[in-house]
Design a protein around this ligand. Structure first.
Ligand SMILES: Nc1ncnc2c1ncn2[C@@H]1O[C@H](COP(=O)(O)OP(=O)(O)OP(=O)(O)O)[C@@H](O)[C@H]1O
Length: 307
């Protein structure tokens, strides 16, 4: 069953076409990532799905019905934690958001305690949200979507600015929410590790248009390349760098001028690249093959679109 269907969505802000005739669908029970460079229309799309902005054209269905009547199925967290009340405690925030949905009483109080415990927030339940760390605030925001008990959760950049441990905590929580609570999640992110680790599907936007949509697994297969890391013995000179940019390979310069990454499709190509480096007396310290990752695939898709 489709949880979300977006059809021919277009949104202008004045003369700026933020979203340009996009269509995609999200199956119930999946985590879908909406990706794209800054300004590609991710937030506008999410805000349209939860009725915060009115599109100029197009149609959005939630569980097969016009979304104007389906707001009760959706809860959303924007730009990290902006929709929390900063002067309220986690407990008061959860109670307030449950109340807006008409939920209250002993059962909800009990559920709030269970959620705070699950999110390791019990000892912070009476601290003002303003005084919590970024990761804790993010956990409160996600707990808020759960206390509202909606079937669909929309998250705009849920891991922005988190440290490594909080990132892992939130990532695991989201995977758990979908698998054990039967929710559907649409999240926007720039973090490709998050996508690779927990998303089933992705929609990639560029300049307001959908440029790819598929399962993460399929895209990983489809764009499978071999990535090699070449560590140089010395920094590249400007002319050597220009020379390498002129050869016919997808080269990425990492670590300033001493590390290169290259995507190849045939192992023979690596020998050709070594020859090309030799021609210019560029000394190689080490060459190793890297694991395929979604970040590289995303770069391939978006770069292809730009070129
Ligand atoms: N309220 C607004 N008024 C005018 N233009 C806007 C407004 N909100 C967004 N835009 C423009 O619409 C386009 C899409 O913006 P949007 O915020 O949807 O992109 P995004 O993909 O979420 O970007 P980011 O990754 O930077 O958050 C951009 O060109 C942006 O400048």
């Amino acid at each position: 069953m489709k949880a979300i269907e977006v059809k021919n969505l277009t949104k202008y802000y004045g003369k700026v076409k933020a979203v340009d005739n996009i269509s995609f669908e999200i199956e119930k029970g999946k985590i879908c990532g909406i990706l794209g460079p800054n300004g590609s229309g991710k937030t506008t799309t999410i805000k349209s799905i939860c009725n915060l902005i009115i599109p100029d054209k197009g149609n959005i269905k939630i569980f097969g019905k016009e979304n104007k009547k389906s707001a009760e199925h959706i809860s959303a967290v924007f730009e990290g934690t902006r929709n929390l009340y900063w002067r309220l405690t986690p407990k008061e925030n959860l109670r307030y958001f449950a109340g807006i949905r008409g939920l209250g009483g002993r059962k909800i109080e009990n559920n709030i305690d269970i959620l705070l415990d699950k999110f390791n927030l019990t000892d912070k339940k009476d601290v003002m949200v303003n005084n919590l760390s970024r990761g804790m605030q993010q956990k409160v925001a996600i707990a808020m979507t759960l206390i509202c008990d909606t079937k669909i959760i929309l998250l705009d950049e849920p891991t922005l600015g988190l440290d490594v441990q909080s990132f892992i905590d939130i990532k695991d929580m989201l995977a758990d929410i979908v698998s054990s609570m039967n929710k559907t999640i649409l999240l926007s992110t720039h973090n490709m590790n998050l996508v690779q680790d927990i998303c089933d599907d992705v929609v990639i936007l560029n300049k307001g248009k959908v440029i790819a949509q598929d399962s993460v697994a399929k895209l990983m297969d489809m764009f499978e390349t071999m990535t090699y890391e070449i560590i140089l013995a010395e920094s590249l000179s400007k002319s050597d760098k220009e020379y390498l940019l002129s050869i016919d390979y997808d080269l990425y310069f990492i670590n300033n001028k001493t590390k290169l990454e290259v995507d190849i499709f045939d192992i023979k190509e690596i020998y050709d690249i070594i020859d090309k480096l030799k021609e210019k007396n560029i000394l190689i310290k080490e060459i190793k093959q890297k694991d395929n990752n979604f970040e590289r695939i995303y770069l391939n898709i978006t770069n292809e679109e730009v070129n």
